[in-house]
Design a protein around this ligand. Sequence first.
Ligand code: ZN
Length: 220
Amino acid sequence: MMTESEIRELICEVGRRMYAKNLVSANDGNITVRLEENRYLCTPSGVSKGFMEPDHLVIADGEGNKISGDGKVTSEFFTHLAAYEERPDVNAVVHAHPPKAVGFTLAGMSMADWVLPEVVFVLGGIPTTEYATPASKEGGMVIRELIRECDALLLDRHGAVTVGPDLMDAFFKMEKIEHAAETLLTAHLLGNTRPLSKEEIDRILITRKGFGVKGKMYSS
Ligand SMILES: [Zn+2]
């Protein structure tokens, strides 16, 4: 079990990596961790995720009110809160703007099909929500239903949300989304994307079970 101060350090480290990997630009994106019921450690709004210090983080309650910290609670708090409300198994939520994955939503192309074995293994498909104005309460409404069925989703023409039992798990899922988008984009540039056979999908599911991989697998 990590202490609050270790979680603060980890949020800053994940923020630096998200910024360095171009999953966010400027002050985009946000990270939250559920410390306990009704107590969430959040990145502050208006601060670059690449340059955060542990004492920049704020703590909010389950209604988005600040409990402690100098900054403002992240502007996407209600999107994160919807994930926590729907998923008692989730203790961390990451939101970023991975450019290639968002490009898929801009082009109206889905990433929900099961085409990449390594992505199927961890996430199944990656669905896209309805459009919602960024930083609005609508953000929580559009993810609520889908997040019950998946651990990684795309926000139409905006970004992506990933969830996990801990922060590293949620962060790795965000990396995986953009890596998958880059691979799919390359395939689209080169020609067609070939589907996995039913037999191969069955083999992946058996292997997944054997490894005890947890988390939701989205199927469209
Ligand atoms: Zn955003």
